[in-house]
Design a binder for this molecule. Sequence first.
Ligand code: CMP
Length: 582
Amino acid sequence: MPHDVTLIATFALGFALAFLFGYFANRLRLPPLVGYLLAGVVIGLYTPDFVASREIAGQLAEIGVILLMFGVGLHFSVEDLMAVRRIVFPGAIAQIVFATTIGTVLAVFWGWSLGGGIVLGLCLSVASTVVLLKSLEERSAIETLNGRIAVGWLIVEDLAMVLVLVLLPALAGALGGQVPDAGQGGAEHGVLLSLGLTLGKVAAFAAIVLLLGPRVLPWILRQVARTGSRELFTLAILALSVGIAFGSAELFGVSFALGAFFAGVVLNESDLSHKAATNSLPLQDAFAVLFFVSVGMLFDPSIIVREPLMLLAVLFLILFGKSLIALAVVMAMGYPASTALMVSAALAQIGEFSFILAGLGMSYGLLPPEGLSLILAGAILSITLNNLAFLSVERMNAWVRAGPQRKRVLEDARDGRIHALAAELEAVRARAQARAAAHRTISPEELVDRFPLFAQLNPEQREVVLLHFLPQSAQPGERIIRKGDKADAAYFLSSGEVEVSVGGRHIRLGPGSFFGEMALISGQPRSAHVTALDYCSMLRLTTSDFNEIMRRHPEIRSQVAALAAQRDAMNREPVTPPNAAG
Ligand code: CMP
């Protein structure tokens, strides 16, 4: 195959087979993920010398990881995590330590180096957030308390793994691996120094992103969103996520994954995060598929016949070892069996971070090649079996609830802790909602409810219009517009009442009306005083934004202009005194 079409060939083959296998996996009621992995295995098997495509697939996979981590960051809420911190932090850390120890002992028993053992143990100790989210989604359990605990648990694992990924290069030498560029790197200065240097870089990077990010990134996105071009917005999301990921890797030596994660975290507080998530979703999906395909391509199926016992041991650790550890940890902390079982099922698989870590471990000569194959085989099998894990956990839950004695001891007696957590989570929710309400002006639906003028716009146009409005309030008696002033804005009244005073007339305007448009249209000074009669909330539109919206939506412009002309005509008529008719 000519070299220059490798990228296209990889895309074509990857997508086509992933689609086919994913579809059949779905028909067999397996997660499509299993299909993607198998598609990769098949491509790898039948194109053994297709090295270039493997390299390209690797890079495409990296983009997938960047977008996935960006998505995890976008959905990551520090407050939500903090609400469940009492269970997930000690729980996840204890579980990682136990599982890593078992994995390490196992590998050392096989004759691997200690470093290799630790890498294997770490790879097996964490589970895939992506797989968990998909499983919870299928069961509509993401928003349940146990679902949130399980997600929080895996997020703590992800954070721990990010730390491991960042520290591994600094520690590789000390663990008996080869450091590729030891000349300039850590080996000369000693492990502690390079460790400190790495941590310092991460801290500097996090500080810059977290301090500057919330000011700059949402602002950029807002400007782009106001153009109303979906294409530009998607492009902005891509440029920011991939750009920050790449830049952080180049400048600070921080991993792509970490950079992208932080970019997502910074954006998730902004009111545009939802739009960002929806716009980047199709890309995330596409590249995540390539990620799984390329993982499959690296898999060497001969491991099944070469090392069946090793594979069984790895699988046993993933499916039962980790789950039992988590079950014991959660029960020991005094939580009910249903929570413990949910976390167990969530953990009975391994995924993206294990592959990334295994790949890194191999590149530093810590993990033997069969380690990667074992981990891949373990992942493919455990992800395939994860559905079963959830089903058996549901059975066990039903079993616990069926016996009054069991239910009392394993569930009811342990209710206190979980109720406290639920209350805390509820409080976090309420706070977030209140904040969002204060932040947000109104929803696109409310916009149309209050201002029928905008009903002719499609939902996307409504959203763009909303981005131009600035919320403003006025106290009773406050003068909002002074006659004769130079105009700088128009106002849309969403609640309260105002009085327009012009040439002896007093006209009341209520919710749903707008004012301040006449001077903007005519270029003349303000034609009347406008005063708030009670507490008013308004949406303000500056001159340039007003002109912009009128230019973009001629239908609205003509309605606004018609009303302005009508008002003008009315103001020109002589005032008839109320008792003139006598
Ligand atoms: P503008 O001239 O910019 O500032 C004062 C606003 O009062 C004016 O725009 C209109 O929006 C509003 N206004 C003026 N005359 C009337 C009227 N007759 N009826 C309702 N609103 C008016």
